[in-house]
Design a protein around this ligand. Structure first.
Ligand SMILES: [Zn+2]
Length: 312
């Protein structure tokens, strides 16, 4: 089953719910129609490729017509299926930031570090990671634009969550596809959470990227986790605030001297209290799948360590 969230948002832009781990509203891919065929923004993980195929079919289209794959960054929940899709579609090309491109072509390090984190869960969670042929990769840089069948896209380099993260601005509808840089917000929750896994978290850079999105002032944000945001400026303000709150919380936990697992419990409790006061405990499962708290703590601790090393 593809998720009930799968639908056309405009006549040429659709959201596909990949039903990650059987849960709705965790990972989205976006299908775009252009005069040159179909494009996909985010492929999702390889483990959900069958759901992706069925989602495209349920929208009345065929995966074989996808010509262009755009990914915001190479983390496995965003780009894990790229290699498999390109094997199936020999014409397709992958658009990825120049720093991420080498890891799509040779995913050895990517798979190795993911295996270190996920161990024997690797295959269940992410599926088979297939390398992408180098001659079909379009390496992107900040500020460039490209045209897909009459539809123009601008590339915004938006590090902070990942050092090679980009957002895509669709000029036709003034939409911003923001990957993880605009945070996680599971509908109908009004709350925004920053996904902070290792190894690249950089809070000042993240704020700069959020400022860039604010200045772009798109009509809507399209989050990978999950869906459409209409109150763009308020959403971005809240993300900035939450990011700083998490840093302050982690600094306090480090000062307390508690161990890592205790920190994970405290972050979990912090978010649970927030959900309780928002009345949005119904999205707790989706939130935890989109940003596992252990990884969130590890990523922030690594950031604090790097920051303090730089300062001394
Ligand atoms: Zn993600």
């Amino acid at each position: 089953m593809s998720g009930t969230e799968t639908r056309w948002l405009t006549k040429d832009t659709a959201i596909i719910d990949l039903n990650f781990q059987g849960a709705e509203k965790v990972i989205a891919a976006y299908l775009l129609e252009t005069d040159a065929g179909l494009a996909l923004i985010e492929t999702g993980p390889a483990s959900t490729i069958d759901t992706l195929v069925r989602g495209v079919e349920s929208l009345g289209r065929d995966v074989a017509d996808i010509r262009d794959l755009l990914v915001t960054h190479i983390h496995l929940d965003h780009a894990g299926a790229a290699g498999l899709l390109m094997q199936r579609n020999p014409e397709a090309r992958l658009y990825v930031h120049e720093v991420g491109a080498p890891h799509s072509i040779d995913p050895t390090n990517l798979v190795r570090s993911a295996t270190r984190i996920y161990g024997d869960q690797m295959d269940t969670l992410w599926g088979e990671i297939v390398p992408v042929p180098a001659d079909r990769v379009v390496a992107l840089t900040d500020g460039e634009s490209f045209d897909l069948g009459g539809r123009r896209f601008n590339v915004l380099y938006t590090p902070g969550h990942a050092s090679h993260h980009v957002a895509f601005h669709d000029e036709r509808h003034n939409l911003a596809f923001t990957g993880d840089v605009a945070g996680i917000r599971i509908p109908p929750s009004p709350d925004v959470l920053p996904p902070t896994p290792p190894p690249d978290i950089n809070v000042p850079l993240w704020h700069t990227s959020v400022a860039k999105l604010r200045e772009l002032a798109p009509a809507r944000l399209l989050l990978t986790h999950f869906g459409v945001v209409n109150d763009v400026q308020a959403h971005l303000d809240l993300l900035d605030r939450r990011l700083d709150e998490w840093v302050v919380l982690l600094e306090a936990l480090v000062a307390e001297g508690i161990d890592r697992d205790a920190m994970v419990e405290r972050l979990k409790a912090h978010v649970a209290a927030q959900m309780e006061s928002d009345g949005t405990t119904g999205v707790a499962l989706q939130t935890a799948l989109a940003t596992p708290y252990g990884m969130a703590v590890d990523g922030l601790l690594r950031y604090l360590r790097k920051r303090d090393e730089m300062a001394s």
